[in-house]
Ligand binder design. Sequence first.
Ligand code: FES
Ligand code: FES
Length: 161
Amino acid sequence: MSLKHEIAFTLNGVARKVTVQVGMSTLAMLRDVIGLTGTKYGCGEGECGACTIIVDDQTVNSCLMFAVDCEGRRVTTIEGLTGDARADALRAAFVANGAVQCGFCTPGLMVQATHLLAQHPHPDAETVKRGIEGNLCRCTGYRKIVDAVVTAGGAKEGVAG
Ligand code: FES
Ligand code: FES
């Protein structure tokens, strides 16, 4: 018999109630129960950052967080960043800098980089490297990603939010 539990939390700005299995990860809840598939399953072990989300004001590997621990929290996924000025600047800069190849790492990186820009609005390359060190990319060699985030920081001048 599997134990189920109803949790209440805020997802991308909207109050939600969801019934989850006890022991289910937040990543599985987002993808398999709620149907938000922007957050990716890479390693399932907290090593790759593909599953990065924001919980309250911290980035979290959602594969390592139990869904029941979302109770009462503010959860933001890549889908929740639509219309966010920092994320919009990042999206444009990722494209302009060729920072997306297969794209599997991109949602997690976008979430991590959006959070980084909230802390450091105009980061230099070293700050970006430290900020995204938990997000693995097998394709780009990172330089284009770092360039994109630095560009987005510069491009954000005068943008609200
Ligand atoms: S899938 Fe969560 S860190 Fe890799
Ligand atoms: S673009 Fe392929 S893993 Fe990063």
